[in-house]
Ligand binder design. Structure first.
Ligand code: OTU
Length: 650
């Protein structure tokens, strides 16, 4: 938008930019800056307009954007232009992602390159490499405590290795996702060290206090994130002789975005990794970006303004690069990370669908789709240029983040139901085969979360131990059923690295004093390549899971209706064990897929008369894409086998 005051300011700023910038031809940069400047200026003014150095900060920001644009390689600029033209590229059903740890999957970055054929065998074409930056080995939080934002962990390789991996992925038509940990740094980061040495400039990068007075006020309203292993939100730093805000682990110092220098540094780092060839950046813990006394310090309005600024700035320099919001928060809050009041995403184009994930886990314990049906119906309307990241399992714990109201309407008491789920997944509930662990139990609030690998949580570990074929079969079916949902729901499916071969909980972390208090490591195994080889052996557990997932992924890619263009409709069915939804081909509204899932351990009857009104079952049967068989209806009914799904087409 054009507005006089900001345009006049833009003209002034352009004269004040670093002289070397003037030497370059920056046509695309200037058109994009012009298009986004009003937004950038307005947002920055809202956040920092009162500061006497406001204009200097603006100049410094525009300098940063220009210098990173100059640095951006020719082929990345070309890719930006291509994505500008084909701006819905990421909504296609062709993308299927996987998240993995470079070291645990492949040793190092060079090793990872050698393992790409495994990913391609499965059909993965979007690779999220979990944090690979320099981080103190004993206090790393799995890489989320970053010591140097521009240096790769030397045990994994170098920045050049990342660039060459990115180039290699591109040749394979695969995308690269990297993390930017925007909320905090390691206490060994240079900024923290300088702060510790008494440098006021860097103390202002964090929330630092002389005594407990203000921290105590904050604590009145801030929940605890790791109450068991790192209680409270502040840590006394002996070297500095001050308290510092540490919402996550006590060695992760929260960055203070009240200081515009912090925002500019982080935008610079975002663009640094964009320039190294990342297609998508996962912004960690975005709900926490703004702290305010008297508030929960999560999902604050200013956190959204910060993200809008990051997006607007990224669009000026590297418009082809997308953001993933990692905001594992209440269902009503998550979608705001696409940007509120927007048509197109103006914060992050992609967001973790933590709601769907938690709802799917509810079905595993209850064996019905009561809460799932309610929860998915209440998922907010999707923006036009935005999509979900749908996942079953990841490197973190599972939080039971459903809306209490939905839980009540499903006929459960919210507190008791959550207790039941924890008991179920930790195997305490009578008859439960799950082998999960309680994570982050908070005696003050009664909250708890769950750790454990997918296979162990659905009972595969127990079934294998008991050599119970029927139970093994049920566990495998559950793994496939859950994946059938994330592959067909709409959005980008993100698999987790061990899950395609049924990786069980790992216990190796218990022997490591720096990890043993954090049982999320139970679901961060070293990938077992000899186990992976079993996928070629007919009838093995690995082959049964891998083979089926590979087939589903291939089908998804072929099926236009699985692209994400607001083309899903949840269908009412009169059986609470089932979830049914339709997916419409965005290019041909007459071509539809009917997805039906049965979460119960017994076969279920589906009444199809209601489905006829949506255009399904016009004849006696429909073709299940997955099994390639005709599913017949008889007396207006059809049967869905236990723990199974159909992808039905005409
Ligand atoms: C993220 O997690 C990472 O995924 C975790 O591995 C890190 O420990 C954490 O940030 C700190 O960097 O911030 O918005 O239930 O879901 O910690 C959500 C807790 C996060 C996690 C939460 C999450």
């Amino acid at each position: 938008m054009y507005e006089q005051a900001s345009h006049a300011l833009l003209n002034e700023i352009l004269l004040e930019l670093k002289p070397e910038i003037g030497k370059f031809r920056l046509r695309h940069f200037y058109t994009r800056l012009g298009a986004n400047f009003y937004a950038i200026h307005s947002l920055l003014r809202l956040l920092y307009g009162d500061r006497p150095d406001f204009k200097e900060q603006m100049v410094s920001l525009v300098d940063t954007l220009a210098l990173r644009y100059i640095e951006r390689s020719h082929h990345l600029r070309e890719s930006d232009l291509m994505r500008e033209r084909n701006y819905n590229w990421f909504l296609s059903q062709k993308w299927v992602g996987m998240a993995l740890y470079c070291d645990r999957f492949a040793g190092d970055l060079k090793g990872l390159r050698a393992k790409l054929p495994y990913l391609q065998d499965l059909g993965i074409n979007m690779l999220h490499i979990m944090p690979i930056l320099d981080s103190p080995p004993k206090h790393s939080d799995g890489g989320y405590a970053v010591r140097d934002f521009c240096k790769i962990d030397p045990r994994l390789g170098t920045t050049e290795d990342v660039e060459s991996l990115a180039a290699n992925l591109k040749k394979r038509d695969m995308l690269l996702i990297l993390d930017v940990v925007v909320n905090h740094t390691s206490n060994e980061h240079e900024w923290a060290q300088r702060a510790r040495q008494g440098d006021k400039k860097y103390q202002d990068y964090y929330y630092v206090f002389d005594d407990r007075e203000i921290p105590d006020i904050y604590e009145e309203t801030m929940p605890e994130i790791f109450p068991a292993s790192s209680p409270g939100n502040f840590t006394w730093d002996e070297g500095m002789g001050k308290w510092v805000m540490t919402v996550f682990n006590n060695y992760q110092w929260d960055l203070n975005y009240h200081n515009p220098a912090v925002l500019i540094e982080m935008i610079d780092i975002i663009l640094f990794w964009a320039n190294k060839g990342a297609d998508i950046l996962r912004l960690d813990a975005v709900a926490f970006l703004w702290k305010k006394m008297g508030k929960a310090c999560q999902n604050e309005r200013e956190a959204h303004l910060i993200l809008q600024l990051m997006k607007d700035c990224c669009q000026v320099t590297a418009p082809g690069v997308l953001f993933i919001a990692e905001a594992i928060v209440a269902p009503s809050e998550i979608s705001k990370y696409f940007g509120e009041d927007a048509i197109n995403a103006k914060e992050c184009e992609i967001a973790y669908n933590a709601t769907l994930m938690a709802l799917l886990w509810d079905t595993v314990a209850t064996k019905n789709a009561n809460l799932l049906n309610r929860g998915v119906k209440n998922l907010p309307e999707k923006l036009e240029r935005a999509t979900w990241l749908n996942y079953v399992r990841c490197h973190d714990d599972i939080g039971l983040g459903f809306a209490d109201n939905d839980v009540s309407l499903s006929g459960y008491d919210p507190i008791q139901h959550r207790r039941f789920l924890i008991d179920y997944f930790t195997g305490k509930f009578p008859g439960s085969p799950a082998k999960g662990l309680t994570f982050g139990e908070n005696p003050k609030t009664g909250d708890a979360r769950i750790s454990g690998s997918l296979a162990s949580l659905v009972g595969l570990e127990t079934a294998l131990k008991n050599q119970n074929e029927e139970a093994i079969d049920a566990a495998i079916k559950t793994i496939l059923l859950l994946h059938s949902m994330i592959l067909s729901f709409g959005g980008i499916p993100l698999l987790y690295y061990g899950d395609a071969i049924g990786t069980l909980n790992s216990i190796e972390y218990l022997a490591d004093p720096s990890k043993r208090d954090d049982n999320r490591w139970a679901n961060r195994s070293y990938f077992d390549w000899s186990k992976a080889e079993q996928r070629h052996q007919n009838g093995t557990v690995e082959q049964r899971i891998f083979g089926a997932l590979k087939k589903m992924i291939a089908l998804r890619k072929k099926t236009n209706a699985f692209a994400d263009f607001d083309n899903r409709q949840i269908l009412e069915v009169d059986n609470p064990n089932l979830l049914a939804f339709s997916r419409t081909d965005p290019q041909n509204s007459r071509s539809k897929i009917l997805v039906i899932a049965n979460f119960n351990v017994a076969p279920q009857t589906l009444n199809i008369s209601a489905l006829r009104t949506y255009g399904f079952f016009q004849r006696d049967g429909m073709n299940d894409l997955y099994s390639d068989t005709i599913i017949l209806s008889e007396n207006d009914q059809t049967t869905i086998p236990a723990l199974s799904f159909y992808w039905l087409a005409d």
